[in-house]
Design a protein around this ligand. Structure first.
Ligand SMILES: Nc1nc2c(c(=O)[nH]1)N[C@H]1C(S)=C(S)[C@@H](COP(=O)(O)O)O[C@H]1N2
Ligand SMILES: [Mo]
Length: 449
């Protein structure tokens, strides 16, 4: 049903470039040598396995401390702090006010709109609930969970109408999955920051009941091929889902990262289809209609269809393909000093686990394998990091992901060659960042000078 873009063999061969491998090996030897020079002092940290070495001194920019000078007693140590319970619902530090969702400044209406996760500000693989990206087609409804109902009907033996209490009685499961809008980033690849370039992706621990458990209760009939899901928002967002996905890992979700769903994420009930394009994970879920054919709703005909250069179109493009992006250093940030700088980023694939992320720090000439940070989970964000010794010269840095199917994230040029430029969905291209000699990082697709 869909074309998958593969990079050419010659592209992959670059990874085996012997010069690149020698460079990796010799920099590893450097690390080891410095580790030995540091001696027993850092032996205890060796087990932390920073790139397999204990060379702490190679990493730090901290000033040497004079052990005889006591630390000053700061202002905040001299008097009691704010009272316990002063914030019934905790908030981030006042010093973290810039860590917010990105709303495009030219977006003058907020009903059918989106905000992006500030991926360049985050660590780990979980997106805090207040920073989860949003995409609403008809605003955010305020739903009373006591009045909310989910209807399950169509090709079933027993049509059922569930309250939230009914749904919460079922055996529950929790899973960590990413969610990504198929319009991330569209072909508007000129975002200044990582959030602007690729922030329509987030990852959370979702809790709910497997859809298959609820379907078994109703008894799905043999002719059933699709389930049409409908939202209770003003957009009545409607998408058809193949029955195989409904029986595989689809989840009826009521909690996210330990607390009830946020209104923006579909409170009190949403569908979560791991690895599928975000628009199919219907929020404020109110109806599941079991059918033998797709509904051909607006959102799967005129929208979320990808016109191709030959005049045909890709439809029902369910899976989000493998993607990665360097989030540090990334657009808008500063590499303050040459020398050791850890490159960090995130990778994910709708098809399963990430098996490899490669990083290039020389404008794509050579590629080096990055370290994947455990846990590496299926259809979840995976963190990668790469020890970069920046020589202080202007360059371009970028990452590319490979998933467990062997699929490799393409360049934008490779993607456009197959898909053309007449659609904005499913752009999983590499994002290159330019690092100037003064350390300023910008999107390499934005022309300078
Ligand atoms: N009912 C309903 N479900 C919806 C939408 C919507 O507008 N209404 N937006 C869809 C789109 S396009 C995406 S990308 C995801 C976004 O989920 P989030 O806002 O929780 O990130 O929800 C999908 N589910
Ligand atoms: Mo979306």
């Amino acid at each position: 049903m869909q074309t998958r873009i593969a990079v050419s063999d010659s592209d992959i061969d670059e990874v085996d470039d012997s010069a690149a491998i020698t460079a990796v090996q010799s920099s590893r030897r450097d690390f080891l040598r410095r580790g030995v020079a540091a001696g027993g002092l850092f032996a205890a940290t060796a087990t932390t396995g920073v790139y397999g070495s204990s060379a702490v001194t190679a990493h730090t920019t901290a000033v040497p401390a004079d052990a005889d000078t006591p630390l000053e007693i700061p202002e905040w140590s001299r008097a009691p702090g704010a009272p316990t319970g002063g914030q019934p619902y905790g908030q981030p530090s006042a010093y973290e006010k810039k860590v917010i969702r990105h709303l495009r400044p030219n977006d003058k209406q907020y009903i059918s709109s989106s905000t992006r996760t500030p991926i360049q500000e985050l660590d780990g693989i979980i997106t805090p609930n207040g920073l989860f990206y949003e995409r609403h087609h008809g605003g955010v409804p305020e739903i009373d969970p006591a009045q909310h109902r989910l209807a399950l009907h169509g090709l079933v033996d027993r049509p059922l109408l569930f309250t939230m209490d009914d749904l919460r009685r079922f055996p529950s499961e929790s899973h960590i999955y990413f969610l990504e809008c198929s319009g991330n980033p569209g072909y508007n690849v000129y975002g200044k920051t990582a959030a602007e370039a690729n922030g329509l992706v987030s990852c959370a621990e979702w809790t709910g009941v497997p859809l298959r458990t609820v379907l078994a209760e109703a008894g799905v009939q043999a002719q059933a091929k699709w389930i049409v899901a409908e939202g209770a928002d003003a957009a009545a967002m409607t998408r058809s889902i193949p029955i195989e996905k409904c029986l595989e890992d689809a989840l009826l979700v009521y909690s996210q990262n330990g607390e009830r769903l946020r209104p923006e994420q579909g409170y009190p009930l949403r569908l979560l289809l791991p690895g599928f394009e975000g628009n199919m994970s219907i929020k404020w879920l109110r109806r599941l209609h079991v059918t033998d054919k797709p509904a051909q709703s607006r959102e799967e005909t005129s929208k979320y269809t990808d016109p191709l250069p030959d005049g045909t179109a890709r439809r029902f493009t369910f899976y989000m393909e493998a993607k990665s992006i360097i989030t540090a250093p990334s657009g808008g940030q500063l590499v303050s000093k040459p020398g050791f700088n850890e490159i960090r980023g995130i990778a994910w694939s709708g098809h399963g686990k990430i098996v490899r992320v490669e990083v290039s720090v020389d404008d794509g000439k050579t590629w080096h394998e990055a370290q994947l940070q455990a846990p590496v989970l299926t259809r979840a964000i995976t963190r990668f990091r790469y020890p970069w010794e920046w020589n202080g010269e202007a360059t371009v840095i970028q990452s590319r992901a490979t998933d467990e199917t062997g699929y490799v994230q393409p360049t934008l040029e490779a993607l456009v060659a197959v898909r053309g430029v007449n659609n904005t969905y499913h752009n999983n291209a590499i994002t290159p960042w330019r690092v100037a000699a003064n350390g300023e990082v910008t999107n390499a697709r934005i022309k300078t000078g």
